[in-house]
Design a protein around this ligand. Structure first.
Ligand SMILES: Nc1ncnc2c1ncn2[C@@H]1O[C@H](COP(=O)(O)OP(=O)(O)O)[C@@H](O)[C@H]1O
Ligand SMILES: [Mg+2]
Length: 245
């Protein structure tokens, strides 16, 4: 049986008021199935980051609802939303956002410490091993490559065993070889641990690691591809960018 990890229902997000108002998401309804890897693509300004932030509880829709399992994020107060983000959601940014003074294992343990939980040593070791960094626990970000730093950021996002791992251009700052290594690792998390992943990318090769690609234009869903190949995604993007211009 397949279950939705996250569901957006009629989500609209408007920035600003009256004359200057921008509709970043326009009555968008979309679900992401548990244990699958989805990529979100679309021209610049199409609402990809807004979609991810609303889905992850980092931003609030102007209207509509966002369901994480059975929980409607839009009904939660700030305190409950903060807790939900900490315990049930993982988020990885393009700029790794690691704390430079902390070692890899300290960075990874941070979400648990913030939650007032004492991280078990093996818990941190296990998640570092999962991202292929078993030998780097004592290294600080400045002593690691970009790809290794992003793996630490992914390990940090995974330490709480989130229901959904979100990435906004998470491989965007990496060279293509490193990016592929990280994508292969993300793919393995889905295949081996049934992790749910939703990743914004502008790279058709990155999108081809996903089970499904959804395309956004002007805050609307504009089709999707199952079992995408990089070629099919690139062709689709060219088509969308022509429409958007
Ligand atoms: N904080 C904000 N204030 C005003 N407008 C915003 C803000 N964030 C995003 N927007 C606008 O919303 C639209 C969608 O933005 P975004 O979700 O960042 O798109 P994408 O990630 O696809 O490039 C754009 O027109 C953008 O300028
Ligand atoms: Mg964006």
């Amino acid at each position: 049986m397949t279950r939705d990890a996250i569901r957006l229902r009629n989500v609209t997000r408007t920035y600003g008021a009256s004359d200057g108002a921008v509709t970043a998401l326009n009555d968008l309804s979309l679900s992401f199935t548990e244990g699958t890897f989805a990529a979100v693509m679309g021209p610049s300004g199409s609402g990809k980051s807004t979609l991810l932030q609303c889905a992850a509880g980092l931003d609030r829709p102007t209207s509509g609802s966002v369901l994480l399992g059975e929980t409607d994020l839009t009904t939660l107060n700030e305190t409950k939303l903060t807790l939900l983000r900490r315990e049930r959601i993982g988020f990885v940014f393009q700029s790794f956002n690691l704390l430079p003074a902390l070692t890899a294992e300290q960075n990874v343990a941070l979400p648990l410490r913030l939650a007032g939980r004492r991280p078990g040593r093996s818990q941190v070791q296990d998640v570092l091993a999962q991202v292929g960094l078993a030998g780097r626990a004592k290294h600080r970000p400045g002593e690691m490559s970009g790809g290794q730093q992003q793996r630490v950021a992914i390990a940090r996002a995974l330490i709480t065993q989130p229901e959904v791992l979100f990435g906004d251009e998470a491989t965007g700052a990496l060279d293509s070889t490193t990016s592929r290594d990280v994508l292969t690792m993300l793919r393995a998390l889905v295949d081996e641990q049934r992790q749910t992943i939703v990743m914004v990318t502008h790279d058709p090769v990155a999108a081809s690691y996903a089970d499904r690609v959804v395309f956004l234009v002007d805050g609307h869903l504009n089709g999707e591809l199952e079992a995408p190949t990089a070629e099919a995604v690139a062709a689709r993007m060219t088509q969308l960018e022509t429409v958007a211009c």
